[in-house]
Design a protein around this ligand. Structure first.
Ligand code: GAL
Length: 878
């Protein structure tokens, strides 16, 4: 695979090595990852012909059960569709277009692109006869969006949310001992957010086989109370009975520590729920001297729930959880395990460079690790429920989380989404707060907002009373939601008077759910609007917004505020404010879309992190600007910093808490060096050196991620002859790989319109003008005869099936847009007669080896434009 890509300073690409098929085979419950080997094709949002005739039938799948038509039918021929593995985001594969959505990063997909807004996915699975009697279900972690799922032609349901997981029971429709077809129609023509959301099955899919009496979906809930050196654990389990079992079962709850050692156990005999009913059972367990979950030591435990009948385990279900306490205090902010913790948070959307929203699990860990490296301890899932793997990464790496539902409201649509998010996520120790909304301008300042918040807040307490609720509020902090919300979520200092609000509501804790929204292009130090470049110095971005430093100082100085969440940790696609086309990603991130740090990261490392830091910028390649005054800034947590240009001191300055230092330096090529002092002693230095031109390409592998999984991030940079990174390089790089796959590429430049992915372009071309005529003989010709021109009639129309001819000839034509030798043109055909011979442009073609009804057409017999196709078929044996 070769990839051409423009490089500005640094580029990253993501490699996939082979993925093992993962099956969690437990006694009586199997959860099998079925991400591999799907077929995909675009449909159409309103032209049913281009949607493969779906929903055109006299009886639709809503009229008669099992009547899935078009691709929804089991027998549909999808051989010409593209093969792919999940997770998949079709939006990121598309080119950029000025007429596409600003908020979604100008990808030519979804809204306004009817031919790129419907995606069809099909997969065949075998289910063995041994599975008869089990409950078979499909589990989807999330599809963007409005998905309809079919199984063996049966319609299972519609899921509007692009962010919540869901499950369908397919037991009644299974073909045991044979092939079964899963079909998903995804409709991404509507947007749910004002940020890039991707399109397609972008999260994992599982096949589950369970006993009819089993732990229900997201059916466990573990909470703990710590008294002295003991944690009293309440383990709730919801059992569901989809069979006719009547009588008692044993529920065995075992807690294992991180090493797998049993630390507590509880067994109870309970009466099983009735047919199609659920019951919830509660057990109390005790963990002595628990290892608490916190940011630095994210200790986890596992609850293993076993359901036993007649001594036999009929279901087993594992729940990862942590033991910790959380508290918000209106005077002193947030407490974790009784210790005050200032929230040093970032907001983030879910997309990443090169791969859009289809993140392999390894990249979730990569991103959370990058934020932790910056000193961040909290993450707000703005503005929707994340994928479960993100929360696993936060649990395992020690990152506090605000989990946010998508839309405010009090109806089924809103409350059901909130409930499903909470039931799925409430065992994650990382989650410390639920957010039920963000910047709902229509309602936030008035009585409607107040009423909705009251309902959502009380509703969430009925699902999880252990965590508080917040809403991100922006249009003044005076009335409406802010009067009633449990934890006040201030979105931006510039949007109201935070101190005044706090003085009025002294018992209401608060935090800055959004702060910043500053603009920066990584490695750029002069704003040039014509080029859509935003300088990376941390400046007040707009009149009502503040710099990162101003924001942090405000929150750091007020103990009553629990902390703040920067908008954003990473750049994301869409919202390229203050610009528009051709900028396609945001400028707000502390890191760019690849995760490469902008200079602000070092400000945060200095005041959020624990390590000694010294970082000076800009780079020192200003050829042509000799003598001009350049702003040099230092980020550091040293007491003092001294700056040297070519060994000459430019003065030592004292660093104020949560601040930075500045010098004006007349540019001369060479070495700019900063030296940091603590207690008068030199402890650190940082250097910016003028480099030569780019001469070498350096690749470095992110070893951390390679060790953990199959995906790795490779950083590509150019260096000069002395091996120095060239910060101003902008060269085209060609990438190729052996033995793996390049998942996507990115360079973090918001104005880069190069492809993110390089995939084969597949066009499905229909054969039109289908005509037929009878043939006198049953023998098939080896050369194309001259069939009589006046005998052709429309194919399969008005044929007298009682008086069939020995063979039939069909002809049709298809339009070939291009005929280059690198095209692979395959003709797929489904034999209805006994034997057939096919001619393309008069030449006889032979079936392919792998499929006797597929013909790979050689470019030499094809030409651009109309291509003639003739088929003679014998309908019965000679
Ligand atoms: C906020 C909003 C975010 C993002 C940000 C950009 O008002 O909550 O989602 O749009 O503005 O500045």
């Amino acid at each position: 695979m070769k990839t051409n890509f423009l490089l500005r300073t640094i580029l990253c690409f993501l490699i996939l090595f082979s993925i093992p098929v993962f099956a969690q085979k437990e006694s009586a419950r199997e959860v099998i990852l079925i991400d591999k080997d799907w077929r995909f094709s675009f449909g159409h949002s309103y032209d049913t012909k281009k949607d493969f005739g779906h929903a055109e039938g006299y009886f639709s799948y809503l009229t008669k059960t099992g009547f899935g038509d078009g691709p929804a039918a089991s027998g549909f021929d999808d051989r010409a569709w593209r093969k792919l593995d999940l997770p998949h985001d079709w939006a990121v594969e598309q080119p950029f277009s000025e007429s596409a959505s600003f908020s979604h990063g100008f990808k030519a997909a979804g809204k306004n692109f009817p031919e790129k807004s419907i995606g069809w996915y099909r997969k065949k699975i075998t289910i063995s006869n041994d599975d008869l009697g089990k409950i078979i279900s499909l589990k989807f972690d999330g599809i963007f969006r409005n998905s309809k799922v079919f199984f063996n032609g049966f319609y299972l349901g519609t899921q509007e949310s692009g962010y919540n997981g869901f499950e369908y029971d397919v037991t009644a429709y299974v073909n045991y001992g044979g092939e079964n077809t899963i079909v998903v129609r995804v409709d991404a023509s509507m947007e749910e957010g004002w940020f890039y959301e991707g399109a397609g099955i972008y999260r994992h899919v599982y096949l589950q086989k369970a006993n009819p009496l089993h732990v229900a979906l997201n059916g466990t809930y573990v909470t703990s109370e710590i008294v002295n050196d003991n944690a009293s654990i309440t383990a709730e389990v919801k059992l569901e009975n989809k069979g006719h079992f009547k009588g008692n079962v044993e529920i065995n709850q075992t807690i294992l520590d991180a090493l797998g050692k049993q630390v507590a156990v509880n067994t109870e005999n309970v009466l099983a729920p009735e047919f199609y009913k659920t019951n919830t059972y509660t057990a109390k367990l005790n963990v002595k001297n628990p290892l608490l979950w916190d940011i630095d030591n994210p200790n986890l435990y596992q609850l293993v729930t076993e359901i036993k009948s007649d001594g036999k385990v009929i279901d087993q279900y594992k729940t990862s959880f942590g033991i910790r306490t959380i508290k918000f205090d209106p005077e002193n902010g947030f407490f974790l395990n009784g210790k005050q913790v200032k929230l040093k948070g970032t907001n983030n959307h879910q997309d990443h460079a090169g791969i859009g929203t289809a993140l392999p699990d390894e990249i979730q860990y990569y991103r959370i690790a990058k934020l932790k490296e910056m000193g961040s301890n909290a993450y707000r899932c703005s503005h929707h429920p994340p994928t479960p793997e993100l929360l696993d990464a936060c649990d395992k790496l020690g990152m506090l989380v605000i989990d946010e539902t998508r839309l405010m409201g009090i109806n089924e649509y809103h409350l059901n989404d909130l409930q499903r998010m909470m039931e799925r996520d409430r065992n994650h120790p990382s989650i410390f707060c639920w957010s039920v909304g963000n910047e709902e301008w229509q309602i936030e300042g008035g009585i409607t907002g107040e009423r909705i918040t009251n309902v959502m807040q009380d509703f969430s307490k009925s699902i999880d009373p252990t965590r508080p609720v917040t809403v991100g509020i922006s249009s003044g902090f005076k009335s409406g939601i802010s009067n009633v919300v449990e934890i006040m979520g201030y979105n931006y200092l510039g949007n109201g008077d935070i101190d005044a609000h706090r003085n009025q509501f002294k018992n209401q804790p608060g935090m800055g759910t959004e702060e910043g929204s500053t603009f920066a292009t990584r490695g750029i130090y002069f704003t040039e609007d014509a080029k859509h470049y935003q300088s990376a110095y941390d400046k007040k971005p707009r009149s009502t917004f503040y710099s990162i430093e101003e924001g942090w100082k405000f929150y750091a100085e007020r103990p009553y505020l629990a902390g703040m969440f920067i908008w954003t940790g990473f750049d994301y696609r869409g919202e390229p404010t203050p610009y528009g086309w051709p900028s396609v990603t945001s400028y707000f991130g502390m890191m760019d879309v690849c995760g490469f740090p902008k200079d602000n990261v070092f400000y945060l490392k200095s005041w959020w992190g624990k390590e000694p830091i010294l970082h000076i910028f800009p780079h020192w390649n200003w050829s042509g600007m000799e003598g001009a005054a350049i702003d040099v800034w230092a980020y550091s947590n040293c007491d003092e910093v001294e700056l040297f240009l070519n060994k000459k001191s430019l003065g030592k300055k004292k660093m104020e808490q949560n601040s930075h230092l500045e010098w004006k330096v007349n540019y001369a090529a060479g070495t700019l060096e900063a030296v940091g002092y603590k207690n008068g002693k030199k402890v650190l230095s940082d250097i910016q050196k003028t480099t030569g031109k780019p001469e070498n390409i350096k690749l470095s592998l992110d070893k951390e991620n390679v060790l953990k999984g199959n995906v790795s991030v490779v950083t590509v940079e150019t260096t000069d002859k002395n091996g120095l990174h060239v910060p101003t390089a902008n060269d085209e790089i060609t990438l190729s790989i052996k033995g793996g796959k390049i998942l996507g590429v990115g360079n973090g430049d918001p104005t880069s319109l190069e492809s993110d992915q390089f995939i084969d372009d597949i066009a499905l071309v229909a054969i039109n003008n289908f005509k037929e005529q009878k043939a006198e003989s049953a023998s098939l010709p080896q050369q194309l005869p001259n069939y009589p021109e006046n005998e052709w009639s429309d194919a399969f129309k008005d044929r007298d099936y009682k008086k069939q001819a020995p063979s039939y000839i069909y002809k049709g034509e298809f339009d070939l847009k291009s005929n280059s030798a690198s095209n692979l043109v395959s003709l797929f055909y489904k034999k209805i007669g006994a034997e057939a011979v096919i001619f393309v442009n008069g030449t006889k073609v032979e079936p392919s080896k792998e499929d006797s009804q597929k013909y790979i057409l050689n470019a030499s017999i094809l030409k651009e434009g109309k291509t003639r196709f003739t088929l003679q078929q014998r309908h019965c044996k000679k």
